[in-house]
Write a protein that binds this ligand. Structure first.
Ligand code: KIV
Length: 277
């Protein structure tokens, strides 16, 4: 076998940045969902999700923090490793770079992205920001680290925004989002999340880019969609933004199941003879 044969890309079912590029060309929508552990990653992979995002939303839904600010790089790496183990067949795993793992300077961000790739087996990293992080995105892309951007409502800047309201409603902010999206594309990002921006703006950005837009609260014209698993599965009952569709009511199911277990244990109905040795 020649060296060329040995390095030729092997056709597998695994989604890669190339798959995502091809899907945009064919007008095929991309499905992304967050995942934070092995069991759910395996289920989502089986179900056919294209990308699993180990989002820094784990700070909220796993750790119980109010914002995404506290989660650390080591914690992200730990969870990304579990998700990679679960994504056995199909999905590409993307790991968020948490707050302050890339804001100090591009060199530090570059090194931390390298840690994520080496220690987790993820296929890409995600960073918030546009022009501001373009230099870092370029360094990562040139080193072979696929990068997903994140524009619009960027939760790591929540203390600067002061609100989780829709972004890009003013002319100036919409123009900024458009130019940031182009800056990410030029720097080598393979995709960009658009969070909570008007659908018309998301459409304009999507049409202007060769790379894929993945929307959350950004309307139907994005190249793909992402939802936080706890929201779409109905585990976070107190969170009701209009962009979340509940595909299940797992909080109700779990409470009912555990309530029944509790009463069976207390009444002596569990375990029965067949459940004993
Ligand atoms: O952290 C996260 O879950 C995210 C998605 C909301 C895109 O960044």
């Amino acid at each position: 076998m020649s060296n060329e044969d040995r390095t030729a890309p092997v056709e597998t079912k695994r989604v890669t940045t190339r798959t995502i590029r091809e899907m945009k060309k064919r007008g095929q929508k991309v499905t992304m969902i967050t995942a934070y552990d092995f069991t759910f990653a395996r289920l989502f992979d089986d179900a056919g999700a294209d990308m699993l995002l180990v989002g820094d939303s784990l700070s909220n839904v796993i750790q119980g923090n109010e914002t995404t600010i506290p989660v650390t790089l080591d914690e992200m790496i730990y969870h990304a490793r579990l998700v990679v183990r679960g994504a056995r067949e199909h999905a590409m795993v993307i790991c968020d770079m948490p707050f302050m793992s890339y804001q100090v300077n591009a060199e530090e961000g570059f090194r931390n992205a390298g840690r994520i790739m080496k220690e987790t087996g993820a296929g890409a990293v995600k960073v918030e920001g546009g022009e501001r992080v373009a230099n870092l995105v370029r360094m990562m892309s040139e080193a072979g680290i696929p990068v997903m951007g994140h524009l619009g409502l960027t939760p790591q800047s929540i203390h600067q925004f002061g609100t989780y309201a829709t972004r890009g409603k003013s002319h100036d902010e919409a123009e900024r989002i458009k130019s940031d999206a182009l800056a990410l594309q030029e720097a080598g990002a393979f995709s960009v999340v658009l969070e909570k921006v008007p659908a018309a703006l998301a459409r304009e950005v999507t049409d202007s880019l060769r790379i894929s837009t993945i929307g959350i609260g950004a309307g139907v014209h994005c190249d793909g969609q992402v939802l936080v698993m706890h929201d779409m599965l109905g585990l976070t009952e107190e969170f009701h933004p209009r962009f979340v569709r509940h595909y299940a009511s797992l909080a109700v199911t779990v409470r009912k199941a555990v309530g029944q277990y509790d009463s069976d244990v207390k009444s002596g109905a569990f375990p029965n003879e067949g459940e004993s040795y």
